[in-house]
Design a protein around this ligand. Sequence first.
Ligand SMILES: C[S@@+](CC[C@H](N)C(=O)[O-])C[C@H]1O[C@@H](n2cnc3c(N)ncnc32)[C@H](O)[C@@H]1O
Length: 201
Amino acid sequence: MENPFWEKTYSDLSVATFGKNPANDIVRISSSLKKGMTVLDIGCGEGRNSIYLAGLGHKVDAFDISEAGINKLKRIAEGNKVEVNAWVQDLTTFKFSRTYDLIISHGVFHLVEKHDWQRIIIDMKDNTNHGGLNIVGIFTNKLPATPDNAPFTKALFEEGELKELYADWNIIEFNAYVFEDEHPGGIRHNHAANNIIAMKR
Ligand SMILES: C[S@@+](CC[C@H](N)C(=O)[O-])C[C@H]1O[C@@H](n2cnc3c(N)ncnc32)[C@H](O)[C@@H]1O
């Protein structure tokens, strides 16, 4: 199987694979975050969200299965003079060794099997400090996987399933939407997405 499209641009510092800016929900919540929060970014890619949060003074850990992604994150962070503790790690074998104030994951869980994302979400919730947050963005099966993602997509969520997984937390935001997307060198396509910002009681 060919490498996913992002591997090519993770090796190219001149392009931003998933956009230059952090995800909208991360920007929206950032002004209400306490200072110096401990953060974990699961499937951080080249680090648009990790680097942004580290730049705001938070203590960010981040991992991704892609070595090229982690290398690029480290180079961009260094260039921006921010510190992110980033490492190569498969989320399906990740074991928490500490807790966090904020755990984020954007556009990652469709790339692993359902039992793996069910397990990591339980672990994320267990390893979030009380009053802490999870911010998760996933793709749903309201639309089929896009051609560039289909070979790597293992398990899309059902609409609303993400919200049910956080039924015992305070839901600060839940959004279900379809958005148009395009990556460097790729074609325009639509994703059906659900995003949640939830706080542990
Ligand atoms: C669509 S990208 C999103 C990257 C980043 N979260 C962002 O929003 O810019 C999906 C990322 O998930 C990573 N990924 C895929 N399978 C993974 C796994 N089993 N463990 C950790 N990361 C994984 C890929 O390498 C890729 O960087």
